[in-house]
Design a binder for this molecule. Structure first.
Ligand SMILES: Nc1ncnc2c1ncn2[C@@H]1O[C@H](COP(=O)(O)OP(=O)(O)O)[C@@H](O)[C@H]1O
Ligand SMILES: [Mg+2]
Length: 356
């Protein structure tokens, strides 16, 4: 697939800006804080209905304005499509897919497929389980809209169960346990399926990233085994739950870990191993999406020259010929040293919220 045009209105530091993209490699360069990442954020927002930098949509509206608009024109399955999002400080955001109003975020997901490589990616591996669950949730929900739906349902049921627990009046708790287990089972099945897909691709990719020295394995960590065992677990943990005031076990606590040659990356991995692992994970994400949608997703590479050495960057570009890529960097000259990059590159200079 490919993006043809991005139009921004009062988005971040852009007033009105149209950007026509090339089919291959689009490089946005310029000094810091000029608006390079903002362009990637706008696209990501159209793909997922949320930013990768903030939970507060209103932050993306240009200072001193009330509304903002992003429109992306793209081609998928040889069909011209568009996504338009209007942000309003006082109202809910409005999403249009091919000019038609979309009411649920889960209906937006999966239309514009993109994979973001960002300097913050290592956070996924180093920080809390929540960031790893988010990685999984975003991957699965763009390919299986039903996943996002069931996950939303699970969270509602969990909220209800938690308020019952807080009230300490647990006569009705079994009703919630039953429903929670039902939703949990579906989510568990999706996660098992996608962790094993990730494993398949990580296995293929990691030897080429490490000169075959390292063997990388992804492992799903969950307390869920089956619906029955989970309802039993909820019963067993009820006293603890009441003491703590929330539901302590379930797929909302799921996690995954990466093992390098059998050892936990998180505990024993070097910085270089972390970088390789995150690249392997991202490439696996890319391959899964490509396999399922039968097209190349769009790649967004934010500031990769700041995080990765030239060798790793070259490895990236060897693997992604044929993709439409948007790159941001401060110094476009670095990219000139990469052999496989000499073909069609379009350069855009970004200067205080304007594309020159
Ligand atoms: N809501 C907003 N309104 C106006 N300017 C904003 C808004 N949010 C961020 N900015 C400006 O955007 C710039 C940062 O943009 P960004 O794309 O992250 O920069 P970079 O080019 O370093 O990637 C900063 O100058 C910041 O002040
Ligand atoms: Mg940036």
């Amino acid at each position: 697939m490919r993006i043809n045009k991005i139009a921004l209105e009062n988005f971040r530091n852009y007033e009105t800006q149209e950007i026509n993209l090339e089919e291959n490699i689009n490089v946005f360069y310029g000094n810091n804080a000029q608006g390079k990442t903002n362009i990637l954020e706008a696209l990501y927002f159209c793909a997922f209905g949320r930013s990768f930098r903030t939970h507060k949509d209103a932050e993306m509206i240009k200072f001193e304005n009330e509304t903002a608009k992003i429109k992306v024109d793209f081609e998928k399955n040889s069909r011209e499509q568009s996504i338009e999002i209007t942000l309003n400080k006082k109202e809910k955001k409005q999403i249009k897919l091919n000019e038609i109003r979309v009411n649920r975020n889960s209906e937006l997901l999966g239309n514009l497929n993109l994979v973001l490589f960002s300097p913050d990616d290592t956070v996924v591996l180093k920080e809390s389980p929540a960031s790893r669950r988010k990685f999984l949730d975003i991957l699965i929900s763009q390919l299986r809209p039903n996943y996002a739906h069931v996950l939303g349902k699970y969270n509602k049921i969990l909220e209800n169960r938690n308020s019952v627990i807080k009230s300490q009046r647990v006569e009705t708790i079994e009703v919630w346990d039953e429903q929670l287990a039902e939703a949990a089972e579906k989510i568990y099945e999706y996660r098992v399926e996608y962790i094993s897909k990730l494993q398949k691709y990580i296995e293929n990719i990691s030897p080429s990233l490490t000169n075959s020295k390292e063997n990388l394995v992804i492992k799903y960590i969950t307390s869920f085994k089956s619906k029955e065992e989970y309802t039993n677990l909820l019963k067993q943990n009820l006293r603890n739950d009441l003491y703590r005031g929330y539901t302590t076990s379930g797929i909302h606590r799921d996690d995954f870990e990466l093992l390098v040659n059998g050892k936990e990356l998180n505990l024993y991995g070097s910085q270089g191993q972390h970088r390789t692992a995150i690249l392997a994970l991202k490439f696996a994400e890319l391959e899964i999406i490509r396999e399922e949608i039968n097209e190349n997703p769009i790649l967004l590479l934010d500031d990769i020259t700041s995080e990765l050495d030239l060798e790793r960057i070259s490895q990236i570009f060897k693997k992604i010929s044929g993709f439409q890529v948007l790159i941001t960097c401060t110094d476009a000259n670095i990219l000139r040293n990469i052999e496989s990059l000499t073909k069609e590159i379009k350069l855009y200079k970004i200067n205080s919220g304007r594309v020159e």
